[in-house]
Design a protein around this ligand. Structure first.
Ligand SMILES: O=C(O)[C@H](O)[C@@H](O)[C@H](O)[C@H](O)COP(=O)(O)O
Length: 238
């Protein structure tokens, strides 16, 4: 049930007693949406976030009995590091999601060896245009500062990242709080998705989310909630 109606958009708060229950429920919802997309257009595109939260969800989704050979998996964002780096989201997805049944999926990474992140962002932007848009499923995380994807509050060009009218798919991100430079989907491509989930765990993240949706300075996650044309499904467990 909707916990609160926000501006023109809303979110649905789905609270679970523990993280394994959340992982199973989120994996089930995502698998259902992917199966629906495959039935409608013969393929499904899933974009996932990295970080420390999604491990259990990835493991639960990896065994879902769906037509994984018709699923394209890509990333909401990526640290500008090779897949061999412990910081790599591509490495995290390879080790935790693209296993078991999900091994049959096609993976589209964002990081590539190149002279600079701007060149990689431009080549990703061109390459990803060949995917079937809009995305079917996007799974977001959120930091304690209210960032999501790589929309960091201190990003050099945050307004460009958050422009709901942007025609860009991928942009580079430079933000002191991000650690290394990032590559990210733009907000415009995130909110186009057929199903948007926000996966957060722990009391700190719940407090951060409540703070982000309360009146006051707008945090990046609030920009997504406000711009999304359909409710964002928030999945939370203590
Ligand atoms: O590359 C990343 O780190 C993510 O895409 C990022 O947006 C993440 O979802 C949040 O920072 C939460 O990260 P944790 O799950 O580690 O708290």
């Amino acid at each position: 049930m909707a916990r609160e109606q926000l501006n023109s958009a809303s979110y649905n708060w789905n609270a679970f007693p523990d993280r394994p229950h959340l992982a199973a429920a989120l994996a089930g919802r995502v698998a259902d949406r992917l199966t629906k997309a495959i039935a409608e257009r013969g393929t499904a595109v899933l974009a996932v976030s990295g970080g420390t939260t999604p491990g259990k969800f990835f493991a639960a989704l990896s065994v879902a009995p769906i037509a994984w050979d018709k699923v394209i998996v890509t990333l909401v964002d990526e640290r500008f590091v090779p897949a061999s780096s412990p910081r790599s989201n591509a490495g995290l997805v390879a080790a935790n999601l693209l296993q078991n049944a999900a091994k049959a999926a096609r993976f589209v990474p964002l990081y590539h060896e190149a002279s600079g992140i701007e060149d990689v962002a431009a080549s990703d932007d061109a390459a990803l245009r060949s995917l079937p848009w809009p995305l079917d499923v996007v799974v977001l995380g959120m930091g304690p500062d209210g960032h999501t994807a790589s929309f960091f509050p201190d990003a050099d060009d945050l307004a460009r990242l958050l422009d709901p009218a942007s025609d860009r798919i991928i942009l580079p991100v430079h933000a002191a709080s991000a650690g290394e430079p990032r590559l990210t989907l733009t907000l415009a491509r995130v909110i186009d998705a057929g199903f948007i989930a926000l996966h957060i765990e722990g009391e700190d993240k719940r407090t951060a989310f409540d703070g982000a949706v309360a009146p006051g300075p707008r945090k990046p996650i609030r920009a997504v909630l406000d711009a999304a044309p359909r409710p964002v499904e928030v999945f939370w467990a203590p």
